[in-house]
Design a protein around this ligand. Sequence first.
Ligand code: SF4
Length: 286
Amino acid sequence: MAFPAPSTLSPSKVSSFKDCALAFRFSAIDQLPEAPSIPATKGTLVHLALEYLFDREPHDRSLDTALTDLARALEAMRDDPEFRALELDAEAEAGFLADADGLVRRYFEVEDPSTIVPVGLELKLEARIDDIRIRGIIDRLELDEDGGLVVTDYKTGRSPTVNYQQGRLGGVSFYALLCQELFGVLPTKVKLLYLGDGLTITTEPTEQSIRALKAKLRALWHAIELACEKEDFRPRPGPLCNWCSFRAYCPAQGGDLALAAQFVAQRDAEKLAAAEQADADQAAVA
Ligand code: SF4
């Protein structure tokens, strides 16, 4: 029995499939739960604080207000399952917040937010390339001094080495493609702001680069469909294994692939039983 292909393609799924096809399967197809991650949750917190900051009038976007927004974002996230799953004690939470505070302060070394003209924050976009549904969330869409669109993506880690920069820019070019498909306008620039070390990487998308990206996405989608059809997702051990949530299932790490299938079968059976019970309850009330 073939695996079902995922319903959409996003920048994170693209890089996941390229990094390790088996991890992609566990995440995008089996949808196995992933361990909570302090860096990822810190990233979510800082993104939310910057979203609040850009909701303010330009003259009100100061470091003081940004730190107020960080505190507000933390309160908003307290009940979030992602944050609660970290189970931080008081000392760990203080360290977590100090790191986030440092990232917000570094943001102010990278650019002056009062000069930015945002036209969209945390924009959820979806478009179709042939039969592929592509989707992504743009952290910030803004206008440059000539009225051109600029896509900005915040990264809360450190910037990659030169060898890996093109790969990261491929991810944000995906957002330029979404803008072109949905708004009919190609952004003049896509920017990656690395708050871990204050570096900005910028690229200027062209019609040619977008055509090349579309061709790559078609080829990648074909490879995913083929892997689903053949049930052939191979592990690709590398440095990312150290942070992989799926080691217990990964044969390359001594894990047991059958455990993943068992987990999925049990979860699907529980879902089915819950749906049948809900139908029975509804019928009894009627
Ligand atoms: S542990 Fe490594 S090889 Fe195995 S699924 Fe995760 S990333 Fe892939």
